[in-house]
Design a protein around this ligand. Structure first.
Ligand SMILES: [Cu+2]
Length: 73
């Protein structure tokens, strides 16, 4: 059984919609991430993930690896 969790991050450093897409693609590549949606206008990244496969730290790390900053909202 996998436990699905949701986290809302505040992502900063995005300049346009392509940035939001890049965040979504990078986070979406993580094992255990089921759904990710970044709203460029609000800077919110909502991630649905399998808590047994990935954690918030890894998700934040992926956002940072893409060149942006994120913290739990
Ligand atoms: Cu951009």
């Amino acid at each position: 059984m996998s436990e699905s969790k949701q986290v809302k991050l505040q992502t900063t450093g995005m300049h346009c919609h392509s940035c939001a897409m890049l965040v979504d693609m990078t986070v979406g590549d993580l094992d255990g991430v089921k759904e990710v949606k970044t709203d460029y206008a609000t800077g919110e990244t909502v991630v649905e993930f399998d808590a047994e496969a990935v954690d918030v730290e890894a998700i934040v790390g992926a956002v940072r690896a893409a060149g942006y900053e994120a913290s739990e909202a």
